[in-house]
Design a protein around this ligand. Structure first.
Ligand code: GCW
Length: 608
């Protein structure tokens, strides 16, 4: 049950130590009868070049990891029925292609929908070596190269960085290294205070000394650790604000400690007031990240990367691109995506993300970000991702992190072909269901960019006012006349954080793209949309359509010849999705019908 690796032969022996050795092994075992010459050129790093020497004979050149990526490219091309048209040269767009696991030391996973941790049990690193090797192989075959193994909410900060634990961390890093995957750890900003230092003030010499010693100890055990990931001053986590310092002070202090070892500080920008009073109309949560970071542009050390969630809220089904990703030109940035389906169906509902990621790239200038990170959707379920089809998100994320120009349909088709033995027609059905699944989910959940109508805390299923009077800054303010927040200059001013051309696209409701209409505007239910429908009618129509599409999806999906155990899991989850879609459709429509009193123009059933 090795996801898209299921057609690969023979496990990679634990005795192989370098990516180049793994590359040779994989090629020899999976492409027997072919002839390869491998030329390792350390300076080429992840880059590879494939040249042909006649039919079935290739020269593969690259750094050690480059050889590995080139080997998987050749094998996958072969398994998917294509042949690699040599010569080909390929270099990744992003040097850090990261997965962030939110795994806790007790083995639980925050927002995990695929079982328990693959790394931790009972407070320690405790894992199956075979499963870790498979995971490493999965990541490498998708081109991913950094794995942060613990939750950004570090619940037990004593873990991982202590003398006692470092040999375990080093042993885990050894398992990933032959696959070119470097580990990263999340650290707690107040950690020094648990070790006899009286403060965590980033400008205090004792604090700086503690982090330097700690970094030296950690890098002695794991010399190629990618670095530290930090969630500070966010949702109750400690951070520099306690000491009247800003986030450049905090990040640069850690950067100084890691810099002798080549480590990076990946500092998250998910900072907002999570104790907002719903009566307060001045504070607008999407503005928060910009307010905390934009003025610090250019103030971060060279080995700091600011990791910015792709949207200004929090991984909703549809959000605009975060203004920070456009505005911080003098700072290294990583865009953070979420493979874990926290708000997008818990890996029960089908939700393929690559169409959404491609939309983000439409507004993202080519060189604004230098890394990608994604919250993991992995766990110890036999199939690793809970829903067998959720694996498409991990695989295609890897392709996108290598090359953002990757075509969504090609990427999903490649994944299908590696994973299942379908006829062309069956494959086309699956690919089209996967590609349309996000729009379908979007249609039956919160309407037109509004987000947050989800059941609080657990984040599965509808509850239109669940977050309306809460402290998280997530309000839609639906009343009997209107819904949405005005985020234009005349409203909260959020739109002012963008460059002019983006502002122009969204500021007038008459031209604002429909799917973000209620993110940017507060509009009456009888607002006439460009296609002539009223806003309320559009809401009803989308919800009925989303439910109908889910029913059609079920009909088409459940006749595809998935092998067991995938078939059973897919059937079970599809049935749960059908139930969920109906709940969403009926509850959201009823909610708006009761408020507005406006009937559905097409007379369909809405429950009063
Ligand atoms: O919205 C929140 C999630 C939290 C998560 C947080 C974050 C790790 O609900 O579970 O905490 O985002 O991204 O830090």
């Amino acid at each position: 049950m090795n996801l898209w690796l299921r057609k690969l032969k023979t496990e990679v022996p634990f005795t192989l130590k370098t990516p180049a050795e793994v590359a040779r092994f994989e090629l020899e075992n999976n492409l027997p009868g072919f002839c390869f010459e491998l030329c390792e050129q350390p300076g080429m790093g992840d880059t590879y070049r494939i040249e042909s020497r006649g039919t079935g004979s290739y020269i593969l050149t690259g750094g050690s990891t480059g050889l590995l990526y080139g080997a998987y490219r050749l094998i996958e091309d072969h398994l998917t029925g294509g042949s690699t048209c040599a010569p080909v040269s390929s270099a990744p767009k992003y040097s850090l292609r990261m997965i962030n696991c939110w795994d806790n030391a007790d083995g639980g996973i925050e927002r995990g929908y695929a079982g328990r941790s693959l790394f931790f049990r009972n407070g320690r690193l405790d894992y199956s070596r075979d499963r870790i090797r498979t995971l490493a192989r999965l990541l490498a075959s998708a081109g991913l190269n950094v794995l942060c193994i613990n939750n950004v909410n570090v619940h037990d900060p004593a873990q991982l960085l202590l003398e006692d634990y470092l040999p375990d961390l080093a042993a885990l890093a050894d398992l990933f290294r032959p696959f070119g995957v470097r580990l990263m750890v999340s650290v707690d900003f107040s950690q020094p205070m648990r070790h006899g230092v009286s403060t965590a003030d980033p400008l205090d010499p004792a604090v700086r000394a503690w982090w330097k010693e700690t970094a030296a100890r950690v890098y002695a055990a794991v010399p190629d650790l990618a670095g530290f990931l930090v969630k500070a001053d966010s949702e109750g986590r400690p951070g520099p604000f306690t000491y009247g310092r800003n986030h450049a002070d905090g990040a640069n202090m850690l950067a100084e400690a890691l810099s002798p070892f080549g480590g990076m500080v990946v500092w998250r920008c998910f900072v907002y007031n999570c104790r907002q009073d719903w009566r307060d109309t001045k504070t607008d949560r999407p503005k928060a990240a910009w307010e905390h970071y934009a003025f610090l542009d250019g103030k971060f050390a060279d080995n700091v990367i600011l990791q910015v969630k792709h949207g200004p809220f929090d991984f909703q089904v549809r959000e605009p691109l975060s203004p920070l990703l456009l505005g911080m030109k003098k700072t290294k940035l990583a865009m953070e995506l979420q493979l874990a389906q926290e708000y997008t169906g818990h890996q029960i509902d089908l939700y393929t993300m690559i169409p959404m990621w491609k939309e983000l790239y439409e507004e993202l200038p080519a060189d604004n970000i230098m890394s990608l990170a994604a919250v993991s959707n992995l766990g110890d379920d036999e199939n690793y991702t809970g829903h067998p089809l959720a694996a498409v998100n991990l695989y295609t994320y890897g392709l996108l992190a290598w090359d953002p120009e990757t075509d969504a349909e090609e990427a999903v088709t490649r994944w299908c072909r590696l994973t299942y033995d379908f006829t062309t027609e069956q494959e086309q059905t699956l690919v089209s269901l996967l590609l349309s699944s996000r729009r379908t989910y979007e249609k039956y959940t919160a309407p037109l960019g509004i987000g947050w109508m989800i059941t609080p805390h657990d984040h599965y299923g509808p509850n239109p006012s669940g977050y309306e009077y809460d402290l998280w800054g997530t309000y839609h303010k639906a009343n009997r006349n209107a819904v949405g927040i005005d985020r234009t200059h005349a409203g909260t001013g959020y739109l002012d954080q963008y460059p002019d051309e983006i502002r122009a696209k969204y500021e007038d409701p008459a031209v604002c793209p429909d799917l973000l209409l209620l993110f940017y505007h507060r509009l009456p239910y009888d607002f006439i949309m460009r296609d002539g429908r009223t806003l309320i009618q559009r809401i009803y129509d989308d919800h009925f359509e989303g439910l109908a599409e889910t029913r059609t999806m079920a009909e088409k999906l459940l006749v595809l010849p998935f092998p067991e155990p995938d078939a059973s899991v897919i059937r079970d989850r599809m049935n749960r999705q059908l139930y969920n879609a109906r709940e969403w459709c009926d509850i959201i429509n009823t909610f708006f019908h009761r408020l507005s009193g406006i009937p559905d123009a097409r007379g369909r059933i809405i429950y009063d």
